[in-house]
Design a protein around this ligand. Structure first.
Ligand code: PEP
Ligand code: MG
Length: 902
């Protein structure tokens, strides 16, 4: 019985049997050919072999049972419909054999045209074409060439050489000068090449040609370039390709024939109109190969008005049917228009928004659908400034496009100089071999960052992306000499103060100033739109779709911000509060000295005096932030990193001490610092004395911060604003840790807040796996949870977040252990499961528990959908990501099922 079932399995579909929703089974090309057929458009008849047949073939190396018979049945039907038999010597039917996967993989897999030609049917083809011998022999040589290369792995250059040789013998460089005799000679030459490489004659049997071509298309699914492309585009590796067998139509039968591509709207800008190219007397492959220049589609009107009008009518019909931009391939054979392909067309980010808006205006789609049609990655692209490269600029180096955008400015080599020049109003590009946390101020001050080392996950890259700052990393042709304040590249020396331009999208580096265009979309978000942009179709579309996203989304969007300026910007971008204010940067700069005093304190008095000196500074920090976020919640996290991170590095201190001793200077303080650094050294600082552990070990530290927060809130509230502080304890793993900190904090809060009306919430980060697994207990002591998915990922996988991405993730990606770094996009199965458990158990213990996320994942489009599904209340992300998160939260709310918006 099993054999019977296999035979009955349907592997082949006639075009009339399919439709556009069968992409999984019929591939994109086949499903859309079927759809056009059923719409009554002139599609050359044909049939589709399913992706399931391909998968079965790839799994076993053999065609599945029943496939050959089904092909025969469909071929016979096709022959009846066309009134010709495949390869008939007198009047041959010829077919093309084309790949077509669910997702478009342009040029990655194989196609064989003119299947059915042989030594005898070439004569019949000539007769069919009105005695056009040249056309028939040209078609035959193309078959041997494509078949040889694709099906039998004959090196393509051999055919190219033979063609060049034929042209040389003729004294020409143009294929079109070869006549029928020349091409007949070329066919002989090609056949010899075929025999030489395959050990057999070129197959003359049409059905054998067809079967071998189908196999070759199946196998091309696993061709190396297809594998690489899928990895890059994140297309699953197990989909397989369908195979389309389509009767051939010819655009190269004379001046009344031709071929072209058309778009129903401009895929670059989204503008309405007729866009496309046409090439008379040619086949599609000539257009791709760029042998001759195409003409704008509009010129077809003069050449063949009937076909032109018909094409326009079909385009309108398709757009109305697909309710989207379509791209189309067509051929005209002796004045008869044939539709060879259509699909929902790829487009730029700007066009995606504009078209979605237009389609709503035209009543073709509603706003929910418009929201589904755009995505956060596109919005992010629209937010970066870009170079106006209409002038001729040559890059001098190319690194990794680490954080998109375009920036020009004076070269500086130190953070301090960047800050200095920026304060004078100069645009600067900070150039370093690599950056480290001490460069932060310089990075903030600079327009862009250029490093000669490091990849997409280097410090410079990560921090720059967080700030929405342009960054090119790993431009290794650049030789940076910081002490000499210069770098050399391509034989040129660039000194401090010279101007360079960097493109964080392409990774290209230019000398001199390339003019930039500000992004209108950012101006719109910031409320500072230049008047000429107010009516810009892109801005209008963004406004409309974002408003709809805001109306629909259930997730609130907060921001991660540590300064008043960041908070203010994020608020303009739509942030509904601060989800993470990291307090550690407030201990840097001129406050380092106080931190040193704190660390070196030998008595309670010394420690308390250092903390007392820090208190008013912290209070001012928080006041500024509360003022900016007037009326909105602000989650302030108590200090997290190990304290020795605020001291100079061990080696530097050791050198300083040695040098000072040599000079006979007083080194008591440096020696004490050095001793402290040695004492505090940890083998695994990420798992050491940090977070809540610091608060439990260093008396008064958390208390000082809690007091500063409460006092700032009261002061701001008394001045007429509304402060809504939420104090967050990091790195909690056990409820007892939180209870201890909380008891102390509550006492201070009660004392400070008095009758001011200020309410201070106390909650915790969930970033240690044990916290997630004991969330029910922890919720008893927490008014909110915020998932710290950076540390949670680090500890769930046991991956050091500072090291692994650059070190070996390439191998994990190559092996498909994950398709994207789990630090970038939430690992739903593992880390995500911890989030789900903690959310459920936390809410079960305390139904009003507020839930958010403040790790990097809060601004990652895919992760936002996950957090929506899990039922969090908000996501929090860097200011530049706030609009992206708003959009994706809206999309998550309107999409009941996963999206295929690739
Ligand atoms: C986290 O761990 O996800 C987090 C937000 O905290 P940090 O990145 O500061 O460790
Ligand atoms: Mg953390």
């Amino acid at each position: 019985m099993a054999a019977q079932e296999t035979v009955d399995h349907k592997y082949v579909y006639d075009f009339a049997e399919g439709n556009k929703d069968l992409k999984d089974l019929l591939g994109g090309k086949g499903a859309n050919l079927a759809e056009m057929t059923n719409l009554g458009l002139p599609v050359p008849p044909g049939f589709i072999i399913t992706t399931e047949a391909c998968k079965a073939y790839l799994a076993t190396g053999e065609e599945p049972a029943g496939l050959a018979g089904q092909i025969a049945t469909h071929l016979e039907a096709l022959e009846r419909e066309m009134g010709r038999r495949l390869g008939d010597p007198d009047d041959p039917l010829l077919v093309s054999v084309r790949s077509g996967a669910k997702f478009s993989m342009p040029g990655m897999m194989e196609t064989v045209l003119n299947v059915g030609l042989n030594d005898r049917s070439v004569v019949g083809l000539s007769a069919q074409a009105g005695g056009n011998d040249r056309f028939a022999w040209d078609s035959y040589r193309r078959l041997i060439q494509m078949f040889g290369k694709t099906v039998c792995e004959v090196p393509g250059e051999e055919f190219e050489h033979a063609l060049d040789e034929a042209k040389r013998a003729k004294g020409t460089t143009n294929d079109l000068d070869l006549d029928a005799d020349d091409l007949r000679g070329l066919v002989d030459a090609y056949k010899k090449i075929f025999v030489k490489h395959t050990g057999r004659e070129f197959p003359q049997e049409p059905r054998e040609q067809l079967d071998l071509a189908i196999r070759a298309v199946f196998e091309s699914w696993n061709a190396e370039r297809a594998v690489v492309y899928r990895r890059q585009e994140r297309i699953p590796a197990d989909l397989g390709t369908a195979v389309n067998v389509v009767s051939m139509v010819f655009g190269n039968l004379g001046p009344d024939s031709g071929t072209g591509v058309a778009f129903t709207r401009d895929p670059g800008s989204g503008a309405q109109g007729i866009y496309g190219d046409y090439l008379a007397n040619a086949q599609g492959e000539d257009v791709v190969a760029g042998i001759r220049n195409t003409v704008p589609l509009q010129e077809l009107e003069q050449l063949d008005k009937k076909s032109y009008d018909e094409l326009l009518a079909f385009m309108a019909r398709l757009e109305g049917h697909y309710k989207d931009l379509c791209d189309i391939e067509f051929t005209i054979e002796r004045g008869k228009l044939w539709m060879l392909q259509t699909r929902v067309g790829k487009r730029t980010a700007a066009a995606a928004f504009v078209i979605a808006g237009q389609l709503v205006d035209e009543g073709l789609i509603d706003l929910d659908e418009a929201l589904h049609r755009v995505n956060g990655a596109q919005l992010a692209q629209l937010m970066f400034p870009r170079f106006r490269l209409d002038h001729e600029f040559q890059p001098v180096a190319k690194g990794i496009g680490a954080s998109p955008g375009a920036a020009s400015g004076k070269v500086v080599f130190t953070s301090a100089r960047a800050v200095e020049l920026a304060a004078e109003g100069e645009a600067v590009i900070l150039v370093r071999r690599e950056t480290n946390p001490d460069d932060l101020n310089g990075m903030i001050a600079a327009q862009g960052i250029l490093t000669s080392r490091g990849g997409k996950t280097s410090h410079a890259a990560v921090v720059a992306r967080g700030m929405g700052k342009t960054c090119v990393s790993g431009a290794d042709e650049i030789d940076v000499n910081v002490p000499a304040k210069r770098f050399t590249v391509a034989g040129q020396t660039v000194n401090e103060g010279d101007i360079v331009s960097i493109d964080g999208t392409t990774g290209k580096v230019y000398l001199g100033e390339v003019p930039v265009m500000p992004s209108e979309v950012v101006q719109y978000f910031e409320g500072s739109l230049e008047p000429e942009h107010v009516d810009n179709p892109l801005v209008r579309a963004v406004h409309r779709i974002m408003s709809h996203a805001d109306a629909k989304r259930r997730l609130a969007v907060r921001t991660n911000a540590d300064t008043g300026a960041d908070a203010a910007r994020a608020r303009r971008f739509g942030a509904q509060g601060i989800g993470l204010c990291r307090t550690e940067h407030m201990f840097l700069g001129d406050r380092r000295e106080l931190v040193e005093r704190l660390i070196l304190a030998r008595t309670d008095d010394e420690r308390e005096s250092a903390l007392a000196a820090l208190l008013p500074l912290q209070r001012d920090d928080f006041k500024e932030i509360f003022r900016e976020m007037d009326g909105l919640p602000v989650t302030v996290r108590l200090i997290d990193p190990p304290l020795h991170e605020f001291l100079p590095p061990l080696e530097q201190l050791a050198v300083n001490v040695a040098v000072a001793q040599e000079r006979g200077e007083d080194v008591a303080k440096e020696e004490a610092l050095l001793a402290a650094v040695r004492r505090m050294h940890e083998e695994n600082p990420m798992l050491g004395l940090r977070g809540v552990r610091l608060g439990l070990v260093i008396p008064g530290l958390f208390a000082m911060q809690v007091r500063a927060i409460a006092e700032a809130a009261v002061a701001v509230t008394r001045a007429g604003a509304v402060a809504k502080p939420e104090i967050m304890v990091p790195l909690v793993g056990a409820v007892q840790e939180l209870e201890t900190v909380r008891a102390e904090a509550e006492k201070i809060i009660a004392e400070v807040v008095g009758d001011s009306g200020v309410e201070v919430l106390i909650g915790t980060m969930i970033e240690v796996p044990r916290a997630a697994l004991t969330a029910g207990q922890i919720a008893e002591a927490a008014q909110f949870f915020s998932f710290g998915t950076n540390d949670l990922t680090q500890m769930a996988w046991g991956f050091s977040r500072d090291d692994v991405e650059g070190a070996f993730f390439w191998r994990y990606l190559e092996l498909g252990i994950f398709g994207i770094s789990p630090f970038e996009s939430i690992d739903r199965d593992g880390v995500g499961r911890l989030v789900r458990i903690a959310a459920e158990e936390g809410r079960a213990a305390r139904p009003e528990l507020k839930l958010g996320v403040c790790g990097e994942h809060g601004g990652d489009p895919d992760s936002v959908h996950f957090f929506h599904e899990v039922g969090l209340d908000y996501v929090s992300c860097s200011p530049f990501r706030v609009p992206v998160a708003r959009l994706e939260a809206g999309r998550a709310a309107v999409e009941t099922h996963g999206s295929d918006s690739r």
